[in-house]
Design a protein around this ligand. Structure first.
Ligand code: H79
Length: 434
């Protein structure tokens, strides 16, 4: 019988909840065709037309120290790299496949260099591992074009032996849990409705992972896809339950609770443009300011944000992404106290922004400029110890102007006669409660 150890769970999740902000890195052979990481599936590319990318792969600019530095400067606390994505190509030196970076021109174990570089920056390190594998002959492909697990229809493999695939999958998970030191995050991806849980021999897999990496933080996708909250949320944790819920490309409207209304730990993974893997023609990047507000939104709802970059075939993070990371980093430098270790405020969100909280400190995030004094709804005047701009530390008086007589129950922050918010994306007011 599986016993859910709440105390152990809460302990291993501490750093992760404090961190709040991480970098996701999608990188592999698909950076060469540069049409996103699903290219082999969506364009139904037969193996012989995909292998040239393997022969070509030679990321001469690969320097994970640069990636790790960029993450750190953006204020991110952990970095998760695709050790293997759905196409099956391994960025690590797996004994169980020839389809790996060490067998390409580059000849390097890219994961080994990555974990070393990320740790050198003092960041937590994570590996993404795809449960799907379009390369392995025993991973199920279907001729039916509409089947969600379809790959190339000309490649349907009815004579497969799924047990062989499971053996490879378990072996490779053992390798990444054994050969790269202590991992902080393991990010499995993902389960279809009809292909989840024990279909993966998930209890056995999880037991192995926990025996090798007792405190690694694991997502919930042995049970679900990007949708679905998993067995922890159902109040009936399976042995392979995830440590966090992993909504993909969306921020949960009200945070995420279990059946009993208890807050769950979650992480929204999001792209900067509209692709995870490098996509040469996708220049639809979200503005940095929007992403800052989205990070704040996640924290104000009790979640993390894992923001993706897709390095190109040479190993460089696209310039647009680097610029976004820089802008976020500038904001984080002044305001990260309102992110790290923060969570829901338990106060309704104001019209002009959002609220995060850490103990006796409330952070009012002002997304808009202002007309007159700022109403700080949800707190009482008697509770307020002091108010200051987080970015500068300058104190702000509680307004004593005429508005008080009209709104006796509302605390206002008085910005003076010519109010201007110092940060046009998000100015943070720190309210210390008594
Ligand atoms: O690794 C990233 C995605 O490749 C992976 N999860 C994140 C973290 C992911 N796999 N599946 N999905 C996301 C959802 C499936 C979306 C699909 Fe499609 C719709 C697959 C085929 C149609 C998106 C759109 C991918 C190709 C076209």
């Amino acid at each position: 019988m599986y016993q859910f150890d709440l105390e152990r769970y809460e302990k291993r999740m501490e750093w992760y909840q404090d961190a709040r902000f991480g970098m996701f890195i999608h990188w592999g052979l698909y950076a060469i065709p540069a049409r996103g990481e699903w290219v082999r599936s969506t364009e139904e590319i037969p193996k012989e037309d995909y292998m040239p990318y393997f022969d070509e792969f030679n990321p001469t600019d690969y320097d994970p120290h640069k990636w790790a530095k960029a993450a750190k400067e953006a204020g991110m606390k952990y970095v998760v790299l695709t050790a293997k994505h759905h196409d099956g190509f391994c960025l690590f030196d797996s004994k169980y496949t020839e389809f790996k970076s060490t067998n390409t021109k580059c000849g390097r174990d890219l994961v080994a260099e990555f974990v070393e570089a990320v740790r050198a920056e003092g960041l937590k390190v994570g590996l993404y591992f795809s449960l799907l594998d379009w390369y392995h002959p025993d991973y199920p492909h279907y001729r039916d074009k509409n089947h969600p697990m379809r790959n190339n229809p000309a490649y349907g493999n009815e004579n497969r032996n799924f047990d062989n695939y499971l053996q490879l999958m378990h072996n490779q998970v053992r390798e990444i849990c054994t050969n790269y030191g202590k991992l902080d995050v393991l990010w499995f991806d993902f389960s279809y409705d009809d292909m989840r849980g024990e279909k993966w021999h998930a209890t056995k897999l999880m037991d192995m992972v926990r025996s090798l990496q007792p405190d690694v933080v694991i997502d919930n996708r042995l049970e679900v896809s990007g949708e679905g909250h998993g067995s922890l949320a159902e109040g009936n944790p399976k042995p392979y339950h995830g440590d966090f819920v992993s909504p993909e490309q969306m921020i949960p409207p009200n945070g995420i609770c279990d059946v009993n209304g208890k807050d769950l730990i979650w992480e929204a993974c999001v792209t900067m443009n509209n692709n995870w893997g490098y996509c040469a023609n996708d220049h639809y990047f979200k503005p940095a300011g929007m992403l800052i507000k989205k990070l704040v939104e996640c924290v104000s709802k009790g979640g993390n944000m894992l923001l993706n970059v897709g390095p190109d075939a040479r190993g460089n993070i696209p310039e647009e992404s680097m610029a976004i990371l820089k802008t976020i980093g500038k904001w984080m430098k002044k305001n990260s106290e309102s992110i790290y270790g923060c969570t829901k405020a338990g106060i309704e969100k104001p019209d002009y922004g959002r609220i995060t909280r850490k103990g006796k400190k409330l952070y009012f995030h002002l997304f808009e400029n202002t007309i007159g004094p700022i109403p700080l709804m949800g707190i009482r005047k008697e509770e307020v110890e002091k108010i200051r701009w987080l970015a500068t530390g300058a104190e702000i008086p509680v307004s004593t102007s005429w508005v008080h007589s009209d709104y006796p129950d509302i605390v206002f922050a008085d910005l003076g006669p010519d109010p201007v918010l110092p940060d046009d994306v998000d100015t943070v007011l720190e309210i210390t409660l008594k």
